[in-house]
Design a protein around this ligand. Structure first.
Ligand SMILES: [Zn+2]
Length: 178
C-alpha cells in the first residue's frame, strides 16, 4: 500500500529545490524553468500557499532562499506521513516498515514507550516513541515484543503487579551479576 500522490495530474514532476541558488533572485518564470514546473504553479505558490515574493515589481521577484525554504517545508510535510507501524530511518531518510515485521517495545512512562526495529534496507536501528494506547493497532500490523524496562529505571508503582515472583527474582540476579 502506497499513499497516493496528492499533487494531482498537473504536477507530473516533483520540483527539486537543490537546483535553486540561495542568493539568486528569480521571477516566477525563471523559477518555474529551473524547477521544471509551470510558471502558473509558481504564481499559485505565491498567491495561495505562502511563498514569499516581492509583489511591488512586475514580474514578481522571489528570493532563492525563500523558495528553497518553501519547497523544503513542502517536502518535509509529505515525509511526515508515517503510518502507525512504520518508523523513520535516519540513514535512509525514509519511513520504513520494521524488518521482518518485528519490533520491540519498552515502556518508558505509564502512557508511552519506545518502539525499536531494524530498517529492512540498511539494517540501522530505528526508534519511535509511541503511545501505549496505539500499541494494539500496531500489533495488528507487525509483531511487537514487549520488553521489560530496565528495573533500575522503573519506580515501584510502574512495576506490573501480575509479574510472577520467579521472574522478578531472575531479574534481580541478572542485575546483581552485571
Ligand atoms: Zn534505513
Amino acid at each position: 500500500m502506497r499513499p497516493s500522490d496528492q499533487g494531482g495530474p498537473v504536477m507530473a514532476k516533483r520540483p527539486s529545490p537543490s537546483r535553486i541558488k540561495t542568493h539568486n533572485i528569480y521571477t516566477p518564470a525563471e523559477a518555474a524553468d529551473v524547477l521544471g514546473v509551470h510558471k502558473q504553479t509558481v504564481r499559485r505558490w505565491i498567491s495561495h500557499h505562502g511563498l514569499l515574493a516581492d509583489k511591488t515589481q512586475r514580474p514578481w521577484l522571489i528570493d532563492g532562499g525563500d523558495l528553497k525554504a518553501f519547497l523544503g517545508h513542502r517536502k518535509r510535510k509529505r515525509r511526515r506521513k508515517l503510518e502507525l507501524h512504520q518508523c523513520f530511518c535516519l540513514s535512509c531518510k525514509e519511513p520504513r516498515e520494521p524488518d521482518g515485521k518485528l519490533a520491540d517495545y519498552v515502556h518508558q512512562t505509564p502512557t508511552s514507550g519506545m518502539l525499536t526495529a531494524l530498517c529492512p534496507s540498511c539494517g540501522c536501528l530505528m526508534h519511535k516513541v509511541i503511545r501505549r494506547s496505539s500499541l494494539e493497532a500496531i500489533r495488528a500490523k507487525i509483531e511487537v515484543t514487549i520488553q521489560r524496562a530496565d528495573p533500575r529505571l522503573v519506580s515501584p508503582e510502574d512495576t506490573p503487579s501480575n509479574v510472577p515472583f520467579e521472574q522478578e527474582r531472575e531479574c534481580d540476579v541478572k542485575t546483581q551479576s552485571k
